[in-house]
Write a protein that binds this ligand. Structure first.
Ligand SMILES: *[C@@H]1O[C@H](CO)[C@@H](O)[C@H](O)[C@H]1NC(C)=O
Ligand SMILES: *[C@@H]1O[C@H](CO)[C@@H](O)[C@H](O)[C@H]1NC(C)=O
Ligand SMILES: *[C@@H]1O[C@H](CO)[C@@H](O)[C@H](O)[C@H]1NC(C)=O
Ligand SMILES: *[C@@H]1O[C@H](CO)[C@@H](O)[C@H](O)[C@H]1NC(C)=O
Ligand SMILES: *[C@@H]1O[C@H](CO)[C@@H](O)[C@H](O)[C@H]1NC(C)=O
Length: 434
């Protein structure tokens, strides 16, 4: 049968189109094969590494004190109350003379609860419950009432006491985007808790936030324990990555500078900025295999979200001795044109620190006054996923694992429900509360 050449050509184009990744484009280099996956890292060893990589990695994310900076705590408590109204609940009383911070919770008897709650059954909806509460609260002399589940009561009490901790969901999604699961790491636990946990997970992420990074916060204290353990593990040949974002960057570099306060006040709040690469940036692994178009975008467009009042200048890096441990890889400039380190990496361990917030571009959408500079361009999202994959890659090189599935299941963050705080005045869309 005779086919015009043009048809044959068209049919070949279709086949190439369907086959997408395998299509050969004349004049261009072939696309990478799967063996060159992960952006070319360890390309030459990929066959070997394919067998030794841990393909069920888990990263621990360190919780942090929940403060008014995150959002008005009263709103968190209200949101929690509504979100957690489930099939089982108990009624707790607080006295109106106390403010939210001092509130005393008192569990009232089942009988009292059932007289207040009509219908007191597991079919009650949150709206019904709220209505009933409002109607029936008057029956309780001079006291205000609120309804919470058994499980959430201690959480609400902790929120109102100013003693709750949280993890922003965007960090969880950041890690999950790299095919890595998340275990929350609590603060204010004993040394043994962290020792045990770090033998089970494949890396730790220190998130951003607004608490002290020294021993006056649970975040700072837990951070130091984790850092010391991670240094020891890596020194013993156990490849254990740490990642710090924003406050986590400050924590990680501060610990590497032996706890000295080396930060400088700066103005880098609510800014989208460019990166300026250090001339030796290729000596670090963070940008070593970054695709050219991403590097070009990050260095020419304002794609990194910055929300910080502290900076590490190159001088702070060198004068503190930090430059013996960490290598600056990229810089940004604050509102007063102060040059500060935007990304850094430890020289002898897989510790990565970024002063900007890669997780905000894909996952934080709140545009409040003073919080409207997050870049959401597709290429900013792509950069975020790149950074997540670098962390994921290093977690895959670690072989720690939970001893059994039931232990793993009960530890994962899937056991917790994030609450939608973005709609309640927080700059964070969703947070997990512990
Ligand atoms: C109710 O509480 C308020 C505030 O504590 C107090 O001033 C008032 O005297 C109380 N009323 C009664 C009847 O106890
Ligand atoms: C706050 O949390 C710590 C650690 O869990 C606990 O020991 C302390 O009693 C709590 N304080 C309050 C006021 O709940
Ligand atoms: C906290 O750090 C300060 C300054 O480094 C130190 O003097 C103090 O002993 C530390 N406190 C505790 C409880 O570790
Ligand atoms: C940090 O850097 C700033 C600006 O370069 C400088 O003024 C300050 O003295 C430095 N502090 C330390 C501890 O290095
Ligand atoms: C799982 O391992 C933990 C110790 O990490 C142990 O306490 C627990 O009993 C084990 N569970 C099962 C089902 O083997």
């Amino acid at each position: 049968m005779y086919l015009p050449l043009r048809w044959v050509f068209n049919m070949m184009s279709i086949v190439q189109f369907v086959w997408c990744g395998a299509a050969v484009h004349r004049g261009r280099p072939p696309p990478p094969s799967y063996d060159q996956s992960f952006l070319g890292i360890d390309r030459q060893n990929s066959l070997h590494l394919k067998e030794t990589y841990n393909n069920r990695p888990i990263i621990g994310i360190l919780a942090q004190e929940l403060t008014e900076n995150v959002m008005p705590l009263r709103h968190v408590a209200k949101t929690l109350t509504l979100a957690n109204l489930g099939s089982r609940f108990s009624l707790y009383m607080s006295h109106p003379s106390l403010n939210d911070k001092q509130v005393r919770w008192e569990r009232i008897t089942q009988q009292d609860a059932s007289s207040l709650l009509v219908p007191a059954s597991n079919s009650i909806t949150p709206d019904d419950a709220q209505d009933n509460i409002h109607q029936n609260a008057a029956q309780l002399q001079n006291q205000s009432a609120t309804i919470v589940t058994e499980q959430s009561q201690p959480v609400i009490a902790r929120v109102l006491n100013g003693n709750a901790t949280y993890i922003a969901s965007s960090y969880v999604k950041f890690v999950e985007a790299a095919g890595v699961r998340v275990v929350p790491i609590l603060i204010n636990q004993n040394q043994e808790y962290y020792e045990k946990l770090l033998k089970l997970v494949n890396g730790v992420l220190f998130p951003g936030g607004a608490v002290p990074i020294d021993n006056t916060s649970g975040f700072g204290r837990a951070g130091k324990i984790i850092y010391d353990l991670a240094v020891a593990m890596n020194a013993a040949g156990d490849h254990f990555p740490l990642w710090g974002t924003c406050l986590g960057f400050e924590l990680l570099t501060g610990l590497a500078a032996e706890g000295k306060e080396i930060r400088t006040h700066c103005e880098a709040q609510n800014r989208a900025d460019r990166l300026k690469m250090d001339k030796h940036y290729k000596k670090g692994r963070l940008f070593q295999h970054i695709p050219n178009h991403l590097l070009k975008a990050l260095t020419t467009l304002p794609l990194t979200a910055n929300f910080h009042h502290y900076c590490l200048t190159p001088k702070n890096f060198s004068s503190s001795g930090l430059s013996k441990v960490f290598r600056p890889l990229a810089y940004s400039f604050d509102a007063d044109n102060l040059r500060y380190v935007a990304a850094a990496e430890a020289k002898h361990a897989p510790f990565f620190a970024v002063q900007f917030h890669p997780e905000k571009s894909p996952w934080e959408w709140v545009t409040a006054v003073g919080h409207n500079a997050i870049p959401h361009k597709a290429v900013a999202v792509e950069a975020a996923l790149y950074f997540a994959q670098v962390l994921g890659h290093h977690a895959r090189k670690n072989t720690h694992r939970y001893e059994n599935t039931s232990d793993e299941i009960s530890s994962l963050i899937y056991n917790y429900i994030p609450i939608y705080t973005g709609a309640k005045g927080s700059s964070l869309e969703q947070i997990y509360i512990f």
